[in-house]
Ligand binder design. Structure first.
Ligand SMILES: Cc1cc2nc3c(=O)[nH]c(=O)nc-3n(C[C@H](O)[C@H](O)[C@H](O)COP(=O)(O)OP(=O)(O)OC[C@H]3O[C@@H](n4cnc5c(N)ncnc54)[C@H](O)[C@@H]3O)c2cc1C
Length: 330
């Protein structure tokens, strides 16, 4: 069994306070941690300056502040991405979500992203002899109490209703706050800075003159998606380009082709969306200032050349990117 922490998703109110259920779940996590010997980790989606120290008085050893919302208000995709990504990085053995409106929407999305099971509305937890989380909840109309385990997937995930677990004052020693900016947030800041300092941000620029180029390849499966990526490029002051496969399909003109038999370009930021990274393509863009790769295949060659890589479906990536890049912080 993994032994790298018990995580609790903490929901923050608009005024920066925490809902009671956050402290209740930290209490539940603390009791479990006493059995497994793990640390309790709080996950909070908030601004990097957010004061999360109160969590250290209720059992959290460590808090990860996930600073990724460029819009200042709740965005499901952004929170799902950030939470899934931190869970993949820190690999907790257990993740508890509050069964609030926020937690109920978020938890199944995160579970699906991470290919994990999830038990909803738990009323109690325990650790069995093999160190597994026992997720206890009423079943069959409340006539029986089910004891559920997740034997084959990690982390073990569950939601718990408010007012079921006891809030527990427990001051942890060496409480630690770690701010995590996710790749979308880092990239959005980079684009913003570039546009602030750039004289030419016209989407009419030729690909060889543009400072931001969004290039599409064979992994972008429809003209409609290319059109949307073109709109996205324009919204961040960039232009659309492509690999030879897209030209061969007749979807974009040859003047937009990057590579050995196309153009050689060196933009400040080059987005390679659904592009494998064939040597003939790399010849036209590998000297770009900052390369962003989006590809469903984590072993695609393009990732060896990228500064930031998203192992993601192109459309899914665009859905998230549109939220991060095209609106300004409030
Ligand atoms: C003489 C010569 C000159 C050439 N000149 C050029 C040139 O100038 N420019 C050029 O580009 N090519 C050139 N080529 C072609 C080159 O060899 C490659 O065939 C081409 O670059 C591949 O294009 P691609 O990466 O778009 O497509 P593929 O190689 O088919 O890659 C598509 C990628 O998309 C990924 N993908 C699939 N589905 C999704 C999804 N839903 N979301 C995200 N990613 C997904 C896949 O994992 C794959 O990595 C040349 C070839 C020759 C022989």
């Amino acid at each position: 069994m993994r032994n790298s922490g018990i995580a609790v998703l903490c929901s923050v109110e608009a005024d920066g306070s925490f809902k009671n259920v956050t402290f209740e779940l930290l209490g539940a996590a603390r009791s479990l941690a006493e059995k497994t010997g793990e640390k309790v980790i709080a996950l909070v989606c908030a601004d990097e300056n957010f004061n999360a120290s109160v969590l250290g008085n209720f059992g959290a050893d460590k808090v990860f502040v996930l600073d990724h919302r460029k819009t200042g208000f709740f965005e499901l995709d952004a929170d799902v991405s950030a939470i899934s990504s931190i869970i993949s990085d820190i690999q907790p053995s257990i993740v508890l979500f509050p069964a609030t409106d926020y937690g109920r929407v978020l938890a199944p999305e995160v579970a699906a992203r991470l290919h994990c099971g999830i038990t909803a509305d738990c009323t109690d937890f325990d650790i069995d002899a093999e160190g597994r989380l026992v997720q206890i909840r009423p079943a069959l109309g409340g006539n029986i109490t089910a004891h559920i385990i997740s034997p084959s997937t990690l982390p073990q995930m569950a939601t718990a209703r408010p007012s079921v677990f006891k809030k527990r004052e427990y001051k942890t020693e060496n409480f630690e706050k770690i701010v995590v900016k996710n790749d979308f947030a880092i990239l959005a800041e980079k684009v913003l800075k570039l546009n602030e300092n750039s004289i030419i941000t016209s989407s009419e620029a030729k690909i060889e003159d543009a400072s931001i180029v969004v290039s599409v390849g064979n992994g972008v499966s429809s003209r409609e998606l290319i059109q949307r990526l073109g709109d996205f490029a324009a919204s961040i002051g960039g232009v659309l380009a492509c690999s030879r496969k897209i030209v061969e399909k007749g979807w974009l003109e040859q003047s937009l082709q990057v590579g050995q038999s196309g153009k050689t370009i060196t933009p400040e930021i080059y987005f390679a969306i659904g592009i494998s990274g064939a040597v003939q393509h790399l010849a036209g863009m590998k000297s770009s200032g900052f390369i962003v790769a989006v590809n469903t295949d984590k072993s695609a060659e393009i990732f060896s050349y990228s500064d930031i890589g998203f192992v993601m479906d192109a459309e899914e990536w665009l859905n998230s990117a549109e939220k991060f890049f095209t609106r300004q912080p409030e």
